[in-house]
Each structure stands twice: as C-alpha cells, then as structure tokens.
Design a protein around this ligand. Structure first.
Ligand SMILES: CC(C)(COP(=O)(O)OP(=O)(O)OC[C@H]1O[C@@H](n2cnc3c(N)ncnc32)[C@H](O)[C@@H]1OP(=O)(O)O)[C@@H](O)C(=O)NCCC(=O)NCCS
Length: 163
C-alpha cells in the first residue's frame, strides 16, 4: 500500500523507464523542480545505453498514474543519480525509497562500484532519503544551485560505496 487518493489506496509497481515515459517524467519533474526538464531532454537521456531509470505507476488506475521516477547513469564502474522525483500526492509513502533501491540494484547489476549524487543542502527530504540508503557526504559545491531570483545554495556531493 502506498498513499491514499480520493479514498482509494494507490498501489504502485515499478517499471523500467523508456522513451514512452518522457512526457510524464517531464510533467512531474516540472512540478517538483524550479528548473523543469522538457520531454526532449528526457528522451535524449533515456535513449543512451549508459542511462536507465524506473517509474512507479499506479497499476490499478486506468491512467496508470505516475507516482515517481528515478534516472541514473553508469559508465566504467562509476554511477550517478541524475534525478529523482515523487509526486507530492504520494509523499513520505516509501516511493522514493523503492525507486532508489531499484536504481542501486541496477547500478550493481551493471558493475557499478560507486554511486554519486548532488543534493541541495537545504533539501531535508532528499538528504534523509539518501542517508537512509547509506550515502555519505564527500564534498560540497558552493553556489551550485540558483532559485532564479538571485539566491544561490550549496550542493552536497554524496557517495554510496557498492564494493
Ligand atoms: C526526495 C523525495 C524523492 C522523497 O520521496 P518520498 O517518496 O517522499 O520518500 P520516502 O517516503 O521513500 O522516504 C524515505 C526516507 O526519506 C526521508 N524523508 C522523506 N521525506 C522527508 C521529509 N519531508 N523530511 C525529512 N525526511 C524525509 C526519510 O528518511 C524517509 O524515511 P522514513 O519515512 O522512514 O523516515 C521527494 O520528496 C521529492 O520528489 N522531492 C522533490 C524532488 C527532489 O528534491 N528530488 C531530489 C533532488 S536531489
């Protein structure tokens, strides 16, 4: 069980992401990030062999509502989470955890030994999620993010060792 929508319990299954997901990913990304990525950006990522992702969809809903997704890249043993987003409707119901777990398993399956990501130092939800998966802070990039109104913030660089 994950989340309740209009009195119905939403149940999500995870699927490998493909080009068909680009529009839905772009829409959810735009809802969750200041700078959204367009369908074309998702398409150019998801058609690269080093890039993979997973969607979480409500398979009981006729529209197979997108609850969240993750996209990552693995090359030469090193991997990175490119983005992850969960719909606000289903926040704190474990979807982010499941999506990260799927990405970590796929990185391992592809022979990845280290997994990196960047996260805004003020993003408590994401930092909590990454710490729960064992990621540790290994660096920071000051002024890395901008909110578009002249305010910048620091990116934490986090790493998960898979060896
Ligand atoms: C970050 C995000 C993906 C988490 O997704 P989620 O499905 O709500 O997370 P989960 O329910 O799986 O939570 C897993 C853990 O993350 C942490 N967490 C999640 N939401 C949190 C919050 N609001 N505050 C603090 N910790 C939080 C907790 O450790 C939680 O475990 P717990 O519920 O047992 O305490 C989601 O908030 C999101 O899409 N945010 C906007 C996009 C974004 O910031 N992406 C990351 C960019 S680096």
């Amino acid at each position: 069980m994950l989340g309740t929508l209009f009195g119905r319990k939403a149940e999500f299954d995870l699927f490998s992401a493909g080009a068909d997901d680009c529009h839905d990913f772009s829409r959810l990304h735009g809802e969750r990030f200041y700078k959204g990525w367009g369908d074309g950006e998702f398409h150019s990522l998801l058609t690269q062999s080093s890039v993979f992702g997973f969607s979480a969809r409500d398979t009981n809903a006729s529209d197979r509502d997108l609850g969240g997704f993750v996209i990552a890249r693995e090359a030469g043993g090193e991997a990175e989470i490119l983005t992850i987003a969960v719909s606000d409707k289903y926040a704190r119901a474990g979807l982010g955890w499941r999506l990260m777990l799927a990405a970590i398993r796929e990185v391992r399956a592809r022979g990845g030994e280290t997994l990196f990501l960047e996260v805004d130092e003020g993003n408590d939800a994401a930092i909590g999620l990454y710490r729960k998966h064992g990621f540790k802070k290994v660096g920071e990039r000051k002024g890395y993010y901008s909110d578009g109104r002249g305010k910048t913030s620091t990116a934490l660089v986090m790493r998960l060792d898979l060896r």
